[in-house]
Design a protein around this ligand. Structure first.
Ligand code: AMP
Length: 325
């Protein structure tokens, strides 16, 4: 049975609508705490805001800011109070309440608390981190392929064979926790502007179907994994999420984002090759798309065309909020 807010969004129950976009709707609260009191509601019917898909969640907060901005201009209020409460309607929503200068809303009664109790609470909260893997996490094993990982490969990444054991250990941990394992492969046509001989940067590598494109034989390729091939149409294939045409720059999706959304995955853990290219671009794309992200630093290796490229890539990822494990 649809929630009352879904029925409002569908127009089955009348409302005073002030905003809508593809993911979100906003209408006046029927019992306003102050004039202009507005509810911002995702179209997705999730019980609470933290149950939303990452895309709907990000869209909700973008809409909250837009609507708050309009409320401030429309009412001339001093500020807009943001409340997520949800005592009555089990369909995620955010209250926006314009507050006049010097105005107050009732707030839960403060309770003076001794500093040692506060310190104990800090310990509890810091220790309550999410487990390394869970069902809403995907381990993305980036390009552990012969041409990169075998010392005889055409684009061998120094030390790549050393990551096979730690990568397999991550795969085992991920599977044990019910996480999804994603395997990516560079999968180029025989001729592509990505290759130096055709005007690009790189020696010929990972040509689809050739032995160099195969996974390293010691890599544990688990049943039930998701497989993503990048660059199949001649594009540069750095990120597991998107590829870019080397000539016209057009970006297209690999389908990974949709596949993860379908599985309700909101965090990716990265391992594989190479730190300064495909791991870095995958991590940056993941954050841009709203995922939490982490890198297993013992399970990546860098090309290091310039000395220090790998370290700089990890630094850039950390600056973008990617956790270093
Ligand atoms: P809560 O679930 O506690 O965050 O509060 C739900 C809010 O929804 C309350 O402020 C109600 O006044 C509001 N509400 C309930 N029914 C409607 C409706 N038909 N139109 C607009 N607001 C509503």
């Amino acid at each position: 049975m649809p929630s009352i807010f879904t029925r409002i969004i569908r127009g089955e129950i009348p409302s005073h609508r002030v905003y809508e976009d593809e993911h979100t709707c906003a209408f006046l609260d029927i019992n306003p705490a102050r004039p202009g009191h507005t509810l911002v509601v995702p179209r997705q019917e999730a019980p609470g805001i933290f149950d939303l898909d990452p895309g709907a969640y990000a869209a909700l907060w973008r809409a909250v800011r837009r609507v708050a901005d309009r409320l401030e201009r429309a009412t001339g209020c001093e500020r807009v109070v943001v409340i997520v409460y949800g005592a009555d309607v089990p369909h995620a929503h955010v209250h926006l309440i314009p507050l006049e200068a010097g105005g107050h809303l009732p707030f839960p009664q403060p309770r003076p608390t001794p500093p040692e109790d506060l310190a104990a609470m800090v310990d509890r909260i810091r220790a309550a981190t999410r487990p390394a893997y869970d069902t809403r996490t995907a381990l993305v094993v980036v390009d552990v392929q012969q041409d990169f990982a075998d010392p005889a490969g055409s684009l061998y990444v120094k030390g790549a064979e050393e990551i096979i054991v730690p990568v397999n250990a991550e795969i085992a941990r991920a599977r044990e926790a019910g996480a999804t394992v994603v395997y990516t492969q560079d999968w180029h046509p025989a001729t592509t502007p990505h290759f130096a001989r055709d005007g690009g940067t790189w020696p010929v590598h990972c040509v689809g179907g050739a032995p160099g494109a195969e996974f390293h034989p010691a890599l544990h390729v688990a049943d039930g994994g998701l497989f993503i091939r990048k660059g199949t149409g001649g594009e540069d294939g750095y990120s597991a999420f998107s590829v870019r045409h080397p000539e016209d720059g057009e970006v297209s999706s690999t389908g990974l984002d949709d596949a993860l959304l379908e599985r309700d995955i909101d965090r990716v853990v990265l391992a594989g090759l190479a730190t300064d290219y495909c791991v870095k671009e995958t991590g940056l794309d993941a954050v841009r798309l709203g995922y939490e992200a982490a890198v297993v630093t013992a399970a990546v290796r860098a090309v290091d065309l310039q000395p220090g490229d790998g370290e700089r890539a990890l630094h850039t990822l950390a600056e973008h909020g990617v956790e270093m494990r």
